[in-house]
Write a protein that binds this ligand. Sequence first.
Ligand SMILES: Nc1nc2c([nH]c(=O)n2[C@@H]2O[C@H](COP(=O)(O)OP(=O)(O)OP(=O)(O)O)[C@@H](O)[C@H]2O)c(=O)[nH]1
Ligand SMILES: [Mg+2]
Length: 313
Amino acid sequence: MPQPLLVAAAAIINEQGQVLIARRPVNADQGGLWEFPGGKLAPYETGLQALKREIHEELGIEIQKARPLIRVRHEYPGKTVLLDVWKVLDFSGEPWGREGQPVRWVDMQDLGDYSFPAANRPILNAIRLPDQYMVTGDFASPEMALQRLHQALEQGIRLVQLRAPQLDAEAYRLVAQQFLEACRKANAQLLLNADPALLEQVDADGVHLNSARLAAFHHRPVSSNKWLSVACHDLASLKKAETLQADLATLSPIQVTSCHPDVAPLGWQAFQELIKQVRMPVYALGGMSPTDRDRVFGLGGQGVAGISCYWSS
Ligand SMILES: Nc1nc2c([nH]c(=O)n2[C@@H]2O[C@H](COP(=O)(O)OP(=O)(O)OP(=O)(O)O)[C@@H](O)[C@H]2O)c(=O)[nH]1
Ligand SMILES: [Mg+2]
């Protein structure tokens, strides 16, 4: 494999939730396209050092605090890049295009209106997805499920997967419709762990494919304006998810879990090694707690997914 060109780039988000993008000069590589500000690492620089230097050079601001968001390896004709993208949590100064480049604050939902380099698709997904992903656990009645959903939404959960293998298709559809209404009100996104065709009846934000469905599909089963989430347990399933052009994946079990106590966990090192090999935001699932997020960011993951840590009375 060729040695990639190392590039640090910044997702700078303001208090209104807008993202800063800049336009590349027309005569540059990927010219005329929009990008996340940043640039190549100098020899002996770490990603964060390069990020701070480049952002000062290009935008005139000082990064006070940032955390890893996603690393994306992409092969362009004649060049391979490894984009080390950071989420900027605090900065000082007012950004402006110091090199004459147009810069613009863009609403999160309007990012799709801009043309970015091909490598940027996973970055756009990582920016739009939260760092916590709740998967529903057991419930005795739809009322109990809704009550638990409301508790989670109040605690800040903004991405929900309705997993209810105990329900038949009709019962699932009814609960999904109620979940969708509650999620819409809370500005949260709902993924259906169900046949993707259900999206025609319940207009949720996307679907999550379990292992059986992942194996059954050979093409992306949902349109590009819906999320495609996939359950992965090893490199083969992650690669299959990539073939289906999935937007996000869960990788499990990372630690020992109460629901599958006899399954051997992958562990943190395997989590890091596996997600290096795919271009997709990946959530750590299995035995997680919200406090594991910093560790996950450091290993290159999107955040934490969980049932028991979020679905409790
Ligand atoms: N900064 C940045 N670079 C990106 C993005 N997406 C992407 O494919 N790249 C690629 O990564 C490389 C970054 O190079 P750059 O031109 O920003 O590097 P630089 O700031 O050091 O520029 P310079 O060469 O003028 O000193 C380019 O090949 C560019 O096409 C992105 O979102 N932001
Ligand atoms: Mg640059």
